[in-house]
Design a protein around this ligand. Structure first.
Ligand SMILES: C[S@@+](CC[C@H](N)C(=O)[O-])C[C@H]1O[C@@H](n2cnc3c(N)ncnc32)[C@H](O)[C@@H]1O
Length: 269
């Protein structure tokens, strides 16, 4: 066989890419998220949070970073999908020291079925709880989160919105390792508030990983999430707003609407 006849070893950049690696680079940033969780917890409870449950944990990137941040910390990650958990065990946890590995447990389950062990913090990040489209389901989930918390525990979730959130949009962003992350709202139904979103990845050679991730969600509003948290048994809720022009999220009760906004919503047990 001549060199010319040899099949290409390489293929396109898209065919060689791993969607979980790209997601971690483009979407996740555990350190500021953990700093925020601790800042709010300290302010509310006067101590640092130690135990963390990452609901919808996928590859457990955040749960692992949590544990790495302090030797006393523990984490439980819960996800329905065995494939992503296996990826996390192999690529995220296996590269850590035994001391880190033994403080993270991963559970393949529905978040509606896991209420132990009790923890200081339950987190549902990157909007994952929007999979619950009925009010009864959302309240049922928040009740489980409430039951999973220690007596002074806090629940954290995030939410996006604004005028651009409810129109079809394709938003590309260049990432540092040379690929482009594309966030797409394919459709929004104003009758149900259902929104269909995708993540695509584009590469320098023109190749693309289309629909690397797809999210079929209900875009709940901030007051709906707060009301459901209270209905589920939380004593209080806080909204922390991402001020684009300032350093850090701030707790607030009034803001002007924007093209796009991002908040954390905290449930206080
Ligand atoms: C948006 S991704 C997770 C993102 C990750 N938490 C982050 O911060 O980037 C959503 C994950 O939720 C999982 N999932 C969806 N419904 C679930 C459920 N009812 N219980 C547990 N996991 C669920 C999916 O398997 C998927 O891995």
């Amino acid at each position: 066989m001549t060199k010319k006849q040899r099949p290409s070893k390489s293929g396109t950049l898209a065919s060689r890419a791993d969607r979980h690696v790209l997601y971690q680079i483009a979407v996740q940033d555990p350190e500021p998220e953990i700093n925020f969780v601790q800042r709010v917890f300290k302010r509310a409870r006067g101590r640092a949070a130690v135990s963390f449950k990452e609901d919808f944990c996928a590859t457990a990137h955040l749960a692992t970073a949590w544990v790495k941040g302090h030797r006393a910390r523990t984490a439980v990650g819960v996800d329905l999908d065995e494939e992503v958990l296996a990826w996390g065990r192999e690529h995220v946890l296996a590269v850590e020291s035994p001391n880190v590995r033994e403080r993270v447990s991963l559970v393949q389950a529905n978040v509606l079925d896991v209420v132990s062990p009790k923890v200081d913090v339950v987190g549902a990040f990157n909007f994952s709880y929007l999979v619950f489209k009925k009010r009864t389901e959302l309240v049922a989930y928040f009740k489980k989160a409430h039951a999973s918390l220690n007596r002074d525990g806090l629940f954290y979730c995030d939410l996006f919105g604004g005028t651009d959130a409810i129109v079809p949009i394709v938003e590309p962003r260049r990432c540092r390792t040379g690929f482009t992350y594309v966030w797409e709202h394919e459709s929004y139904n104003p009758i149900t508030n259902e929104i269909l979103c995708h993540i695509h990845f584009q590469f320098r050679d023109g190749s693309e990983l289309r629909k690397a991730f797809t999210y079929d969600w209900r875009l709940w509003t901030i007051p709906e999430v707060r009301e459901c948290l209270l209905e589920a048994g939380f004593k209080d809720t806080q909204v922390w707003w991402d001020p684009v022009d300032e350093e850090d999220y701030r707790v607030t009760e009034k803001e002007a609407n924007q093209l796009g906004w991002l908040v954390y919503i905290v449930g206080v047990k």
